[in-house]
Design a protein around this ligand. Structure first.
Ligand code: URA
Length: 220
């Protein structure tokens, strides 16, 4: 339970255990990536629980039986925010090989903390926007500025908010409040709601810069 409508915190023991690994500043890049991957499966278990199924028939070695498969009526779009979101999209791609991956490139202006666009693989228009299921991926939901910018991309193309989910590893209250005040019907799936942001927009206690720790570019 938490005080936010539409925010689901995965309190699974394996999430907590792996969070303790990634928060540790002495965890090296390889262990960091592996622990995130383990949490990612648990986040996606929740983020995909309401995907629509359709009936089908399959022939087992013994007989024909009824089964269910993810419907092809909807298009599932995985939208990782570069660069840290890539760690999630590898796993998302593995468990949903039928999904489309549309990268979103944004970096943060370190002074204003506003997102600056540099890449966007989202089409100018969507046909049948109500049939798109969007999973926006960013390990750190901090100020909420990049989250809002990326959600806006899809909402402006008429994708209903209820079809959009934001998946993060660690979220700050400031970011959650920002996203929820503008897009109250978007579901956020996260492994932790931390305490607050520091003056540089980093989550406390957090884990530092996720992109740097994933890609081993931490400067000492
Ligand atoms: N991005 C990060 O990688 N870490 C934070 O704490 C906030 C934003």
């Amino acid at each position: 339970m938490n005080n936010y409508k539409n925010v689901c915190v995965i309190k699974h023991p394996l999430c907590c255990h792996n969070l303790s690994i990634i928060r540790n500043k002495n965890t090296n890049a390889e262990m960091f990536r592996n622990a995130i991957r383990r949490i990612t499966y648990l986040l996606f278990y929740k983020a995909t629980e309401d995907l629509e199924l359709e009936p089908c028939e399959v022939e087992t070695p013994l007989e024909i039986c009824r089964a269910e498969k993810i419907t092809s009526r909807n298009e599932i779009i995985i939208a990782p925010i570069l660069r840290a979101g890539l760690i999630f999209s590898d796993i998302a791609n593995e468990i949903m090989p039928f999904a489309t991956v549309r990268h979103i490139g944004m970096y943060r202006d370190e002074e204003t903390l506003t997102p600056i666009w540099y890449y966007n693989k989202i089409p100018v228009e969507f046909d049948e926007p109500d049939k798109k299921i969007i999973l926006i991926l960013d390990p750190m939901l901090a100020t909420g500025n990049s989250a809002v910018e990326s959600i806006k991309l899809f909402v402006n193309k008429k994708v209903p908010q209820k079809n959009i989910k934001f998946v993060s590893l660690i979220s700050a209250p400031e970011g959650l409040e920002k996203v929820q005040s503008l897009y109250p019907d978007i579901k956020i799936i996260t492994a932790s709601i931390d305490n607050c942001l520091n003056k540089n927009g980093y989550i406390k206690p957090g884990l530092g810069d996720a992109g740097d720790r994933i890609f081993n570019t931490v400067e000492n």
